[in-house]
Ligand binder design. Structure first.
Ligand code: SF4
Length: 455
């Protein structure tokens, strides 16, 4: 059974990025704007190879009814429900602009709605959104449609309507089942209601019901978290995301409402992850990586075993790697070798669209070095294995010379039992899989430059 010592975790506690992209969001530049994003879309049109490949689409729906104190997302907390219709019109304007630059009706193989709270929208509004997306694009027959669900905002009828729209994957944001913790973070939800939603979702034929938990929340104790985990195991969710809460009140205003004295110690937080890891593995889950666990029958587990796992802004994916079109306020996109992010406030997002401009406020054009390092980092994150030859053939480099410094740094990690190095390959050990972002960060030029004293 996989387990690790506090001393080891402590040595690696400066958390490297989670690498949903390389380079990370913190490297996006404001010099990249609407013109560059338009060029990336037009470039996709010119290349027959990429043009025929389906896209993934991400839509950001920012509205929420209530504020959770741990929130670190781009959201709008309001009970003025009338705002949503105008927002959908903005999404349509943005989609139309993007399609004009793409120059054709693209195929879509993956759709994910997040926020905010996607299910803040009424069923009819969500139907309107899906119909709109289908009128500008062509959904492939096997399209994977998923969304994040706040259990407090849905009932059996909503679930039925979502299933009829074609959604197959639900990700319930549960966070914690203990009433004391829920009060401390201002997110009260009844576990029996969540249990009923899971049962109804299964009866309705959803392929997958996942859930997300946060650990390190105020008022969490070993006992309360163990009880939450026991309830989660009883729900038998297909996927469990176990995210550490990061208290950054200077950056995220809602977190200022959390009392520091109610937060568990970092030692407790590590212990908590250890407990969760043991509990979930014992319950038959596979550890996919970082914060994600999946049942052995889940496509992510199969993809991991078969070396087909990918990672992008939507997290781990069993779908073939593809470009991502982001829509909505703060939406993130990855087209060709570019990344982009939309305006993060509703005011700015609308202003761009009033001027008939793509609402992109920052992004990045990846350099050749970025692309090489991205391949290495994603290989480690997804496969836990790297054949030097595969990178040499793809990029015409001599791996040991190009990464001489990095290979030297990895020797420390080999001594700690996190990796195994040979003359031809690098493997992440079972122990290293828990600290894979630390291992991958050795190849992150930007991270290394900013944290060289730590290495
Ligand atoms: S955590 Fe989610 S539901 Fe809560 S305020 Fe933030 S975006 Fe809204």
């Amino acid at each position: 059974m996989l387990s690790f010592s506090h001393a080891l975790l402590k040595r690696h506690e400066v958390r490297a990025p989670s690498y949903t992209s390389y380079p990370g969001l913190d490297q996006f530049k404001q010099a990249f704007g609407p013109r560059h994003y338009a060029q990336a879309l037009e470039h996709r049109r010119q290349s027959v190879l990429t043009r025929l490949k389906p896209l993934a689409v991400y839509v950001h729906l920012p509205f929420c009814e209530n504020l959770c104190f741990f929130c670190n997302r781009f959201k709008i907390v309001t009970k003025r429900y009338s705002k949503t219709l105008a927002y959908l019109e903005l999404i349509e304007q943005e989609l139309k602009l993007q399609i004009e630059h793409l120059g054709h009706k693209p195929k879509v193989s993956q759709l994910h709605l997040s926020g905010g709270t996607p299910t803040y929208l009424h069923t009819a509004e969500l139907e309107r959104l899906v119909t709109m997306l289908k009128s500008y694009t062509t959904f492939t027959p096997e399209v994977e449609m998923s969304l994040d669900v706040d259990p407090r905002t849905v009932n059996q009828d909503t679930l039925g309507a979502l299933r009829d729209m074609g959604f197959g994957r639900l990700n319930f944001f549960v966070q914690d089942c203990d009433a004391g913790v829920q009060r401390a973070v201002h997110r009260l939800q009844d576990f029996d209601a969540i249990h009923a939603l899971f049962e109804q979702s299964r009866l309705l034929g959803f392929e997958s019901c996942g859930l997300e938990l946060l650990y390190g929340l105020p008022k969490q104790t070993q006992k309360s978290f163990a009880a939450t985990l026991a309830r989660v195991v009883a729900l038998s969710a297909e996927r469990v995301i176990l995210t550490p809460y990061r208290h950054q009140p200077e950056t995220f205003a809602p977190q200022r409402k959390i009392k520091e004295q109610d937060l568990p110690s970092s030692h407790w937080t590590m212990e908590c992850f250890n407990t969760a890891l043991t509990t979930l593995l014992k319950a038959g889950y596979d550890y996919i990586g970082l914060d994600l666990f999946a049942k052995k029958s889940d496509p992510l587990s199969l993809a991991k075993r078969q070396g087909r796992l990918h990672r992008n802004f939507l997290g781990f994916s069993a779908q073939p790697n593809t470009d991502l079109m982001g829509l909505g306020m703060s939406g993130i996109g990855a087209i060709g070798s570019t990344y982009s992010q939309n305006a993060t406030t509703l005011e700015e997002y609308s202003m761009f669209l009033e001027r008939k401009q793509l609402p992109v406020v920052k992004g990045l054009m990846l350099t050749r070095d970025d692309l090489i390092r991205k391949s290495v980092i994603m290989g480690l994150m997804c496969q836990g294995h790297l054949s030097y030859e595969s990178i040499e053939l793809a990029y015409f480099i001599d791996f040991p010379s190009y990464f001489a410094q990095e290979l030297q740094q990895l020797q420390h990690l080999e001594e700690e039992g996190l990796v195994q190095l040979t003359a031809k390959s690098l493997d992440v050990t079972e122990l290293g899989s828990v600290l894979v972002r630390s291992i991958a960060s050795v190849f992150d030029r930007y991270w290394t430059a900013a944290h060289s004293s730590h290495l």
